[in-house]
Design a protein around this ligand. Structure first.
Ligand SMILES: [Zn+2]
Length: 281
C-alpha cells in the first residue's frame, strides 16, 4: 500500500467539463439542475473520508431528474473514454502514482482509475476526483463493486488513510516445509482500535493481497537462498544473520510491504538463519 496526495482537480471543474461536453439539450438542462446536489455529495464524501466514516455516505439510484445510468455515462463518456472532454483529468489521476506502482497493493502496475466507492452504488460520485484512485488490474478486479456497510469495512484510501501504513500489520509466516513457503495474513498492532484492525483486514482480503504477496515473496526465495549461501561462505552464520537484518531494516520504510514482512520473519527464524535456507528448491 502507498499513500498519495489527493488530486488537484476539483469536483466543480470536472463537472463543468462534463456539462460543457453534453450535447443533448434535455440532459444538459437536467444535469445543470443537479449541479448543487453533486457538489454537496462531493463535500459529504470529503468530510466522511477525513473522518473515516465513508460507510455513512448514502447510496443513491438517481439524483433529481438524472438517472443512475446517465450519471455513470458522464464518467464513461467524458472521463474514461480516450477522447472524452475530461480525459486529461483521468490521465492525471491514473498517472499520479510514483513509478506507476499501484497504491492499493504496492506491487502491481497501475492500469486504471478505480472508483473507491463504486459508481454502481454511488453514481453521484462517478466523476468526483477524490473518489478516483489509480489501481492495478488485479486490485481493480478483486475490489469490483465492494462497498462498506460498517466503519470496519472501509478499505484503505490512498488519499486519506496514511495513518494505516505507519505500523506493520502485514504478517509473513514461514512454513519450513520442505519446501519452505511464506504465507501472508494480517496482524494489526494491539494498540490499534478494533475498527482500524478490521479495516486493514478488509483491505487485505478485498484486494487479494494474500495472493499477491505470497506469489512475490515465494518467487524471491531462490534468490534469497543463493545470497545467503554466498554470505555463509564469507562470514558464517553471523554474516547470514547480518544480511537478513540489513534487508529487513532497508525495507522498514514500507512496513506493510511484502518485502519488509518477509525479511522480518526470515531474520527472526533461528532454523532458517542456521541453514534452513539451503532447503529452498
Ligand atoms: Zn494493486
Amino acid at each position: 500500500m502507498r499513500s498519495l496526495p489527493p488530486p488537484s482537480d476539483t469536483q466543480a471543474s470536472v463537472f463543468a467539463l462534463c456539462l460543457g461536453a453534453t450535447a443533448d439539450p434535455g440532459l444538459h438542462a437536467r444535469l445543470a439542475g443537479i449541479a448543487a446536489n453533486l457538489a454537496g455529495a462531493g463535500v459529504t464524501y470529503q468530510l466522511n473520508a477525513v473522518a473515516a466514516s465513508l460507510h455513512l455516505v448514502p447510496r443513491v439510484q438517481s439524483v433529481g431528474a438524472v438517472a443512475k445510468t446517465e450519471l455513470i455515462g458522464l464518467y464513461e463518456t467524458h472521463l474514461s473514454k480516450t477522447d472524452g472532454a475530461a480525459r486529461a483529468v483521468y490521465d492525471r489521476i491514473r498517472n499520479a502514482a510514483p513509478n506507476n506502482r499501484c497504491p492499493l497493493c504496492g506491487v502491481g502496475n497501475v492500469a486504471h482509475c478505480d472508483h473507491h466507492l463504486p459508481k454502481s452504488r454511488y453514481p453521484d460520485l462517478a466523476v468526483l476526483p477524490i473518489n478516483l484512485v489509480p489501481a492495478c488490474h488485479f486490485c481493480n478486479d478483486k475490489k469490483r463493486a465492494k462497498y462498506p456497510t460498517s466503519a470496519g469495512q472501509q478499505t484503505f484510501h490512498p488519499y486519506f488513510d496514511e495513518h494505516l501504513l505507519k505500523d506493520p500489520w502485514v504478517r509473513a509466516t514461514l512454513n519450513s516445509g520442505p519446501p519452505p513457503v511464506l504465507v501472508f495474513d494480517t496482524d494489526p498492532p494491539s494498540a490499534w482500535s478494533a475498527q482500524d484492525g478490521e479495516r486493514v483486514r478488509r483491505h487485505f482480503d478485498a484486494c487479494g493481497l494474500a495472493i499477491t504477496f505470497t506469489t512475490n515473496a515465494n518467487d524471491e526465495l531462490p534468490v534469497v537462498r543463493d545470497r545467503l549461501i554466498l554470505q555463509e561462505s564469507r562470514g558464517g552464520t553471523a554474516a547470514v544473520q547480518q544480511f537478513l537484518n540489513d534487508e529487513r531494516d532497508i525495507h522498514s520504510t514500507r512496513p506493510n510491504s511484502w518485502q519488509y514482512a518477509t525479511y522480518r520473519t526470515l531474520a527472526a527464524d533461528a532454523w532458517f538463519v542456521g541453514g534452513g535456507y539451503r532447503t529452498i528448491p
